[in-house]
Design a protein around this ligand. Structure first.
Ligand SMILES: Nc1ncnc2c1ncn2[C@@H]1O[C@H](COP(=O)(O)OP(=O)(O)O)[C@@H](O)[C@H]1O
Ligand SMILES: [Mg+2]
Length: 366
């Protein structure tokens, strides 16, 4: 999968931009605050219709304007199509080949993207919710059904919590209805569980090797933690029923995939409790790179890879190991303030862009 070109109107600090990319490596360099992350944020938005930095789309619109457009030409196997995300103060709309797509879920699984940004280095220390979010973003790119089931699960969970509270407050004891909600929750939860478990298994078939080949040390494994592990529907129903009284008291659902978590295990040690900052960062980088293979295995093409400011996080040797691993197969976007950290022979193969105050110029390196 390749982004052939990108077209921006009033996005962040870009008034207008029309740019063609290389199918292999694209390097954007420039001072802090010049617009490097804004550019890759536009590519991310085009894929997932959301920013990775902020939840309020409105700040993506260039100051003083009311509308913003990001459009890209995407090559997927033999298909060349254009995708657009249009932001305005009334909301967001998406288009494929200039035709409006009504459901966001019909849009988001189309352009596959993997992003590593300095934000991600905190993922191992972050609350479990952030790691579940990571799983959700990645799996929903692979399977359209996942996002739909997840939203069904969340709806039932809300309903169930509301009902638990009302049972407690009103002294209502219609257990039959609670059973119905619980069974529905288990049904959706098990679907989510299976997607997550299989995704983590797939990550595990690559991550150890990748970690070793970049960092030359240690056995890294991903561990998926879930209360649904090895449980059938009946076993789960019984576990829920054991908790009914307590759940009514606290008005919350105790068990379920909304408490799932991920652990990163290096040489049998949980990095959250024990790892150094560097090891945690390296584990996340390896996770992201393992995903390239997981997506390839599923879709038979590689996703787009974005590495934002990675070079400020790693030394030259590790960067070269990563670029070697990508081996011309993956279209990659790299932003950096230090273009001299990249070896000449890599530079020669890449398209280099200089970013300055919301303008981008291609550099012709000799
Ligand atoms: N909505 C917006 N309108 C205009 N400029 C913006 C908007 N949002 C961010 N900016 C500007 O973008 C710049 C930050 O760009 P960014 O891509 O994060 O920099 P970097 O090159 O360091 O990654 C800042 O100068 C900021 O003022
Ligand atoms: Mg930046």
């Amino acid at each position: 999968m390749k982004v052939e070109s990108l077209y921006l109107i009033n996005f962040r600090n870009y008034e207008k931009l029309d740019i063609q990319f290389s199918d292999f490596l694209n390097i954007f360099y420039g001072k802090n605050g010049s617009g490097k992350t804004n550019l890759i944020e536009a590519i991310y938005l085009l894929s997932l219709t959301k920013s990775f930095r902020i939840s309020n789309d409105k700040s993506l619109i260039r100051k003083g304007n009311i509308k913003s457009k990001v459009k890209g030409e995407i090559l997927k196997k033999d298909d060349l199509s254009n995708y657009s995300v249009i932001l305005s103060k009334d909301g967001k709309s998406v288009e494929i080949n200039d035709q409006k797509v009504d459901k966001i879920s019909d849009y988001v699984s189309k352009i596959n993207i993997i992003l590593f940004s300095p934000f991600d280095t905190r993922l191992i220390d972050a609350p479990p919710m952030d790691r579940r979010k990571l799983l959700n973003i990645e799996i929903s790119q692979l399977f359209k059904e996942y996002l739909i089931v997840l939203s069904n699960y969340e709806k039932i969970l809300k309903q169930r919590n509301f009902y638990l509270r009302s049972m407690y407050i009103n002294g209502n004891n219609d257990i039959e209805y609670l059973n119905i909600l619980t069974k529905k929750l288990i049904e959706y939860g098990l679907v989510i569980y299976k997607y997550r478990a299989s995704f983590c298994d797939n990550i595990n078939s690559y991550i150890t090797e990748i970690f070793k080949s970049i960092f030359n040390s240690g056995e890294l494994k991903l561990k998926y933690i879930s209360s649904y592990k090895n449980k059938t529907e009946n076993m789960l129903l019984k576990s829920y029923q054991k908790n009914y009284a307590k759940e009514m008291e606290i008005g919350k659902t105790i068990l379920g995939i909304h408490h799932d978590d991920l652990e990163f295990i290096l040489d049998n040690n949980n990095l959250k409790e024990w790892g150094s900052e560097g090891q945690r960062k390296n584990a996340i980088i390896s996770f992201k790179l393992a995903e390239l293979n997981v997506i390839y295995q599923q879709k038979k093409y590689y996703p787009i890879l974005i590495l934002d400011d990675l070079f400020s996080e790693l030394d030259k040797e590790k960067i070269m190991n990563i670029l070697k691993l990508l081996n011309d197969k993956v279209q990659t976007f790299i932003t950096t303030t230090e273009v001299n950290k990249i070896e000449k022979k890599i530079i020669k193969k890449a398209k280099i862009f200089k970013v300055e105050n919301g303008t981008i110029k291609e550099d012709l390196y000799e």
